[in-house]
Design a protein around this ligand. Sequence first.
Ligand code: 5GP
Length: 235
Amino acid sequence: MELLYEGKAKRIYKTDTPNELHVQYKDDVTAGNGEKHDIMEGKGRLNNEISSLIFEYLHDFGIESHFIKKLSDTEQLVRSMKIIPLEVVVRNVAAGSITKRLPFESGQPLNKPLVEFFYKDDALGDPLITDAHVKALNIASDVEIAALKTKALKINEALIELMDKMNLQLVDFKIEFGKDDQGIITLADEISPDTCRLWDKDTKENFDKDVYRKSTGNLLDAYEAFYKKLKGAVL
Ligand code: 5GP
C-alpha cells in the first residue's frame, strides 16, 4: 500500500477504494513536540483498540466520525477527510497549558466546558488562536466555527458519560475534524489516552500521556488499565 502520510503516532495508507484510508497506529510515544521520544511495544495496539471502542461508542451516541472498522490489532479503516488544520481542545478542569497561560490552578474545575483552537503547525509550536485568526487564515467560516464548537461540546458530553462509568474525570481532550466528500464537518484522527487527560475521581491517578510527559509511571500499564476499564464500560 502507498504510504500517504506518516505522523508521530500513526501512518496513513491509500487503499484500493476511493475515499477510504488505512490507518496504522505506531508504537512511538512522543511529548513536547517530539523533544521526548520512545518506542513502546504494544502502545499502537492499545491506542487502536481504545480509539476504535470510543468511535463505536460515539456512533451509538449519534456522533459520526471517520471510523469505518477495526482491521487488525493496530489498524483501522477510515473515510478520507480533508483535515481542518486545528486542534480543538475541550477543557472541563484546568490542567496543562491553560495553567501556564492563565491564572488557573491545576485541578480547578471550570464553570463550564471551554473550547479552544490551536493552529496545527509543528514549526510554530501549535499556537492557540482566536476565532478571528481562524477566519483570517480562511480555515473556517463563522458557521463552521460554530459547528466545530457544537460538535466538540456534544463529544464532551458523550465522553463524560462514558468516563463516569469508569469513575474517571475527563479533564480535557484534543480532537481534530475533517470535511467528508459531502463537505460535512466530521470527527477524525483519534481519541485515546494520548489525546485526553483522564484522572481517577478519587485518587486523581492519571490514565493518560501525562504519565509519560511528567515521568510519573509506566505509560503502557496506565493505558492497559484504562483499556480494561473501557471494555467494562462499553460492553
Ligand atoms: P494542553 O493544551 O494542556 O497541552 O493539552 C490539552 C489536551 O489536549 C490534553 O488532553 C492533551 O493531551 C491534548 N493535546 C494537545 N495538543 C496535543 C497534541 O499535539 N497531541 C496530542 N496527542 N494531544 C494533544
